[in-house]
Write a protein that binds this ligand. Sequence first.
Ligand SMILES: Cc1cc2nc3c(=O)[nH]c(=O)nc-3n(C[C@H](O)[C@H](O)[C@H](O)COP(=O)(O)OP(=O)(O)OC[C@H]3O[C@@H](n4cnc5c(N)ncnc54)[C@H](O)[C@@H]3O)c2cc1C
Length: 409
Amino acid sequence: MARMVIIGGGLAAAKAAETLRGEGFAGEIVLIGAEQERPYIRPPLSKGYLQGTDELSSVYVHEEGWYADNDVQLRLGEVVTRIDRAAHVAYLGSGEREPYDKLLIATGATPRPLPVEGADLDGVHYLRTLADSQALRAAFAHQGNVVIIGAGWIGLETAAAARQAGCEVTVVEPDPTPLYRPLGRELGEVFAGVHQRHGVDFRFGEQAARLRGGAGHVREVVTSTGAVLPADDVVVGIGAAPNVELGRDAGLEVASGIVTDASLRTSDPDVYAAGDVAEAASPLLGRRIRVEHWANALNQGPVAAKAMLGQDAIYDDVPYFYTDQFEIGMEFSGDIAGYDDVVYRGSVDDLEFIAFWLHHGRVLGGMNVNVWDVVPDIQALIRLGRSVDVKRLTDTSVPLDTTHSENGT
Ligand SMILES: Cc1cc2nc3c(=O)[nH]c(=O)nc-3n(C[C@H](O)[C@H](O)[C@H](O)COP(=O)(O)OP(=O)(O)OC[C@H]3O[C@@H](n4cnc5c(N)ncnc54)[C@H](O)[C@@H]3O)c2cc1C
C-alpha cells in the first residue's frame, strides 16, 4: 500500500490530506508541520481574530479529532530538514526517517525580515502565525503609537485592526499609494482614502531607515527622509519569501517558487508542491505563477492530492483574493499584469462598485467592493479572453452575466 507524506502543516497540506482520504486512498498519510498548532487558516490572523471578533476555534481547518478519525498521522512541531529523492525518504530534524511513495511540499512562506538597524528590538512584530497574531493583539490593547512598515495587504489590514483598537497608526510605504503593486495607483488611492478617513497617517515615498530603542524596546522609527516617528510597536509587512530551501537542496527546479506543471508535479514525478511555495503552470494565463493567497492553498491542496493518486487533475483556477478593512469588504479575481485601463461599474464614492482592469478592452481582473455574488461572472469575463463592450460592462442596468453576450462583443 502506498505511503503519502505531506510536509507543511498549513491549509494546502490539510486540504491535501482530506482529499486523499476523500478520494478513497486507504494507505498511510503522514502530515508533518513545524508549528505546534494543527493546520489553521491565516486570513483571520490579520482581521477578525486580531480584532477579537473571531473565536480561536474558527481558524482551524479541521476539528481536533478529525486527523485521528481519518487515520492521518499528524506530526506537529517537527521540521523536515532534508529530502532524499533517490531513497524516497524525508528526514526530520531529529534524524527520524519518513519514507514516502509520493511527497507533497506545502511549506508556505516566511515574512521578509526588515533589513535595517534596530529591527531586532522588542516591539518589532511580524505577522504569520497564530502566536504572532496573539502578540499583536496584546500590543494593540495598549493603544500606543503603532508604526507599520509596508502598505501591502498585511500592512493595511493590521493598520485597520490597530486603529480599531484605539492606537495611533502611521504606515510607511515607498510607493505612492498602498497596494500599488498588486492593484495599481487607481485602486490604491481608494484604499488610502478609506484609511485616511479613519485616521491612519501614511508616509508615502519613504522607507524605514532605522529603528531606535530604549532598554531594548523600540521607541522610534527614523525614515529615509529623516522623519522621526514615535513607535511603541512596529509591524513589518514587507512581503514573504516562499520556503523553497528543502526543494532546492533536494535538486528540484526552483524559480520564484518550487516549479510545477499544472498538476502541481515538480521536476520529480513523485514530488508535488502546492500553496504559497509552488510556482505552478497556469493554463489560463499561459505562464507559471506563484500565488500567496488563501484560495490558492485551499484549492491546490486537493488538486495535488488527486494528481498524487494518479488522477488527471489540473489546477486552472482564476487567482482569487479577499480582504476586509474598515467598511471595505472586497474580493479580487485575476492577474492584472500589463493592464492599460481601469473602469468602474457602480459608485466608487459610495464604496459599492466593481473595478475592472483591462488590456485592449479585455478583462484581466475584477475587484468587487461591497458588491456580492458576482465573482463567477467576473471570472467568466476574465476567462472570455477577448475584448468586451466597456459601455455595457460599466452600465449597472445591464446584468453582469450578459455584458459580453450581446451587441457583437
Ligand atoms: C496574516 C495573514 C493574513 C492573510 N490574509 C489573507 C486573506 O485575507 N486572503 C487571502 O487570500 N490570503 C491571505 N493570506 C495568505 C494565505 O494565508 C496563504 O496564502 C496561505 O496560508 C498559504 O497556505 P500554505 O498551506 O501554502 O502555507 P502556510 O499557511 O504558510 O503553511 C505552511 C506550513 O508549513 C510549515 N513548514 C515550513 N517548512 C517546514 C518544514 N521544513 N517542515 C515542516 N513544516 C514546515 C510552516 O511552519 C507552516 O505552518 C494571509 C496570510 C497571512 C500571514
